[in-house]
Design a protein around this ligand. Sequence first.
Ligand SMILES: NC(=O)C1=CN([C@@H]2O[C@H](COP(=O)(O)OP(=O)(O)OC[C@H]3O[C@@H](n4cnc5c(N)ncnc54)[C@H](OP(=O)(O)O)[C@@H]3O)[C@@H](O)[C@H]2O)C=CC1
Ligand SMILES: Cc1cn([C@H]2C[C@H](O)[C@@H](COP(=O)(O)OP(=O)(O)O[C@H]3O[C@@H](C)C(=O)[C@@H](O)[C@H]3O)O2)c(=O)[nH]c1=O
Ligand SMILES: [Mg+2]
Length: 283
Amino acid sequence: MTALLVFGRTGQVATELARLAPDAVFLGRDQADLSDPAACAAAIRASGARAVINAAAYTAVDRAESEPELARLVNADAPAAMASAAAGLGLPFVHISTDYVFAGDGERPWIETDPTGPLGVYGATKLAGEQAILASGAQAAILRTSWVFSAHGANFVKTMLRLGAERPELRVVADQHGGPTPARAIAQACLTMAEAMLDDRSKGGIYHFSGAPDTNWADFARAIMAQAGLSCAITDITTADYPTPAARPANSRLDCSAIARDFGILRPDWQAGLVDVLTELKQ
Ligand SMILES: NC(=O)C1=CN([C@@H]2O[C@H](COP(=O)(O)OP(=O)(O)OC[C@H]3O[C@@H](n4cnc5c(N)ncnc54)[C@H](OP(=O)(O)O)[C@@H]3O)[C@@H](O)[C@H]2O)C=CC1
Ligand SMILES: Cc1cn([C@H]2C[C@H](O)[C@@H](COP(=O)(O)OP(=O)(O)O[C@H]3O[C@@H](C)C(=O)[C@@H](O)[C@H]3O)O2)c(=O)[nH]c1=O
Ligand SMILES: [Mg+2]
């Protein structure tokens, strides 16, 4: 009997979940391909699990602009099928979403009930996933997080370490603001929420969760270089100076007071998380 079923095995959050919950069953792409939503639902029904966490997603923000059908299958249709299966079995379902569901106007941190307005395919498909999960009738928690980093997989910290070792200077956008979030803290939050939902079958909903304090990509890059002892200089640029296929929100700040109130989960300190990740990468 599997206590906990996790979709994803190699991703940043899935890797941290595997460390924190070694007894959980992790389904990689070979066991459950999210481009086959019915197979994901069948995997839940076959698992005998008490709770389900979805840590897999199509996360290539720019590539999604040219692969919208695949992004929608993975980010919306598969989570919808998972949630329906969880609903049918009465299992709590924890899902991870993103700051990119917001358009990013203004400076106030977003609260869960603020209007969404994704700027690109990735955000739009993640939003469609949220909506389908909420409509499924499952006991579901949706954790909207941002700017995830860890020692594994692809993320901004690892990109900066690679480029910072090769170049004397990097130009980085300073007008996109948000909270970098250690993958380990997200994994811990997912586990805490799954337990709390098993204890109290009325718990669930959308919750914001990001690292503190809020920063911008250029200041985050400077912190990475300083902490890693790299002499690469970071020059502030604007979003207009750094054209990308997908637009990104200027304001990704997330108000995380609801998750603190309802689950006792506090914003992690991203600077401490960065030290941990750099230590792990050195080993
Ligand atoms: N990364 C970030 O900055 C942010 C991420 N999020 C959300 O957090 C969650 C976890 O993200 P993160 O850990 O960073 O993700 P990663 O990009 O590190 O990993 C994505 C995971 O999804 C799996 N995956 C992708 N496509 C499929 C598929 N068709 N079938 C099965 N598995 C698939 C990948 O498997 P494989 O290794 O085989 O490709 C991988 O395990 C996602 O929901 C994401 O949207 C939210 C905000 C920020
Ligand atoms: C490499 C590089 C990036 N940038 C900019 C581009 C972008 O605006 C910002 C971050 O780059 P990334 O490609 O890491 O960003 P991106 O892939 O958009 O990261 C996002 O991923 C998805 C999955 C999420 O859900 C989001 O929360 C967010 O973490 O930095 C520079 O300005 N200079 C550079 O040299
Ligand atoms: Mg990226």
